[in-house]
Ligand binder design. Structure first.
Ligand code: AMP
Length: 312
């Protein structure tokens, strides 16, 4: 079985959407990535840090999904990373209200010995120097995927550039792709980002789907049209977890297989948004994943005869 090592925040979130508000609940990039990638037939581990205020039941949830948490450091007397955000009515855009780094400010990650030979590495959202330090510890990864956000572009640009140079795939949302590249057109943005290092650029567009770029090749996957979207928090990370989990399980990192990985990522993300926080991902059944992937296939498959010299 392939090993997938994830680094990212394990956190408390306070979220406000047009449908309601939560107090401090379980969140964090690595949490969402892990809850998604652990649905695949792979060995998953998380490297992260929390404070003493972090409830054991949240750690137990990760363990119950088969995730190795030896790499999650618990700091005595420390406070866990905290993020709060408020979504606009369109649910595609949000404002960060507060980011408290707390224990993350002094994090020196240590990759568990068992995972030093991980074939797949998912550098989830946190300080780029922490992402870099994790990457330096892994011997010879087959595929390294990076996710980041505007906070690190604003606060650690030079370090972020160093990590971007070293990764194979970057997953990023549309606004962040524009900020990172200085280009409005996503096609131009993807080209510029690829020049910074990654061979593959995945741009997530929320309810408008996701784009995969590799040299001159482009693939587009829509998002599943859902009746109810309660809370988009973690959708991007859940996408990244599904994307990397699928690649790790299949072991095939070709462009063609990455298209399937984008579909799996989108499918997993479609569950995440149906409840507040991690609620939906915690109780997801394998059968539900299977039937949603079938739905996805039916939605996107079509058969048009294209004539060589006529419009129709
Ligand atoms: P997403 O909605 O996929 O962008 O991810 C939301 C998750 O990212 C939340 O659960 C937050 O705890 C986490 N998060 C927010 N800001 C940061 C940050 N600056 N660094 C790392 N993780 C963050």
């Amino acid at each position: 079985m392939s090993k997938l090592l994830i680094v990212g925040t394990v956190a408390f979130d306070a979220i406000e959407t047009p449908f309601g508000k939560t107090d401090k609940i379980l969140g964090g990039a690595a949490t969402y990535i892990g809850l998604s990638s652990s649905r695949f037939d792979i060995d998953t581990a998380i490297v992260s840090i929390v404070g003493e205020d972090f409830p054991q039941e949240h750690l137990d949830l990760l363990t119950s999904r088969g995730i190795d948490i030896e790499g999650i450091e618990i700091v005595k007397g420390g406070k866990t990373f905290f993020w709060s955000g408020k979504y606009h009515n369109d649910l595609n855009t949000r404002d960060t209200l507060e980011t408290q780094l707390n224990v993350l400010a002094d994090f020196k990650p240590v990759v568990p010995v068992n995972y030093l030979d991980s074939e797949f590495v998912m550098l989830g959202n946190l300080h780029p120097l922490v992402q870099l330090s994790v990457l330096e510890q892994i011997k010879n990864p087959k595929l390294v995927v990076l996710d980041t956000m505007n906070f690190w572009m604003d606060n650690a640009w030079n370090d972020l550039e160093k990590v971007i140079k070293l990764v194979d795939v970057i997953t990023i949302n549309d606004e962040e792709a524009r900020q990172l590249s200085g280009e409005h057109s996503l096609v131009k943005a993807a080209r510029k980002i690829a020049e910074m290092g990654p061979d593959y650029v995945v741009i997530k567009k929320g309810e408008h789907g996701a784009l995969l770029f590799n040299k001159e090749k482009i693939f587009f996957a829509p998002a599943l049209p859902l009746e109810e979207v309660f809370d988009p928090t973690g959708a991007g990370d859940t996408f990244a977890g599904g994307f990397t989990g699928y690649l790790a399980q299949t072991g095939d990192i070709s462009f063609n297989n990455m298209k399937n990985a984008v579909i799996y990522g989108s499918g997993m993300a479609s569950f995440c948004v149906e409840k507040f926080g991690t609620g939906r991902m915690e109780n997801l059944e394998d059968m539900e994943i299977q039937s949603r992937m079938k739905e996805f296939k039916n939605l996107t498959q079509f058969d048009i005869e294209l004539s060589a010299n006529k419009a129709l």
